[in-house]
Design a protein around this ligand. Structure first.
Ligand code: 5GP
Length: 156
């Protein structure tokens, strides 16, 4: 279980990894919804004002997945990505298939694409460039553990 308090420490630690590595992203691309908070934090910590999001659905519950990650709605256009050093932010690289789909969308247009996650799991097909912790367990995040105020969900 990650708490909001601990999340507050992950952000500067991950930003520190990116900075120490000499990577200077000019666009932070958050994978919604789970990567939104991290993308916001990294945008501020790294001084990057250009922030975008791509909404991807893959999991429908604990260990319950769709056949393929599905992109819901428009993300950044090829022109938004053109020539940019992109930092993709997400909560976790589990199978890594979501991040592989995002990377494949960006790579033909961007100058460079790197990936930052809070957690990576050993079986991920994408090895994130920056990760706060590695685990092989299911992780509860503070944003998705709050009890819903409204039952059901509004489609993307
Ligand atoms: P993937 O299997 O494509 O790497 O994971 C896609 C998405 O599924 C993640 O961005 C995250 O939103 C969700 N997910 C995967 N593993 C976990 C987990 O251990 N805990 C939670 N809460 N979500 C997960």
């Amino acid at each position: 279980m990650l708490t909001w308090e601990t999340f507050g420490r992950c952000v500067p630690e991950l930003a520190g990894q990116v900075s120490a590595d000499g990577y200077r992203p000019d666009l932070v691309l958050s994978v919604a919804r789970g990567g939104l908070a991290l993308g916001m934090g990294l945008g501020y910590a790294l001084g990057v004002k250009a922030c975008a999001m791509l909404n991807v659905e893959f999991y429908t519950g604990v260990d319950a997945r769709l056949d393929e990650p599905v992109v819901l709605g428009p993300g950044p256009s090829p022109a938004d990505l053109a020539g940019r050093r992109v930092l993709v932010a997400d909560d976790v690289a589990d199978t890594g298939r979501t991040l592989a789909a995002v990377r494949d969308l960006c790579a033909p247009h961007a100058a460079e694409v790197r990936v930052a996650v809070l957690y990576d799991k050993p079986g991920s097909v994408v090895r994130p460039d920056y990760s706060w912790r590695r685990t092989d367990r299911w992780i509860d995040f503070p944003w998705s553990s709050v009890e819903a105020v409204v039952t059901g969900s509004v489609p993307a």
